[in-house]
Design a binder for this molecule. Sequence first.
Ligand code: SF4
Length: 133
Amino acid sequence: MSKVKVIPCSGIGKVFGLMARETALKITNELKTGETEILCLGHIVTGDADAKEKIEGHSCITIDGCPRLCSAKNVSLAGGIVKAKYRTVDEMRNHKGVDAGTATALTEDGWKIIDELSEKVCTKVDEILKEDE
Ligand code: SF4
């Protein structure tokens, strides 16, 4: 079984990018270690052969910070099959007025949003793995 690739964007300078990375890390390092694998967007964008081989034709989930969708677009360009794309800015819309933190540190509320988003993504991972069987 091929692991589902989870690729966060590399957003720096705002909380949204940090949220994308922390969500991807939580899923791949804690919640779905056997079924998912995190990949570095930078490697994909620069055309790294190993990264390309890992995503070309494989099921991917992208987690972006904002509507520019840097991860979703570049994964798709590199031949990855983007089965689901998430934007942390959308999660914040469901939590209006909540202080999730800064570009470098999340608040307790910020971590709660990460937990919720991670659960959603994990449900998606299960669906994708069923489809790919
Ligand atoms: S999706 Fe938005 S936050 Fe993420 S790297 Fe691109 S511009 Fe930055």
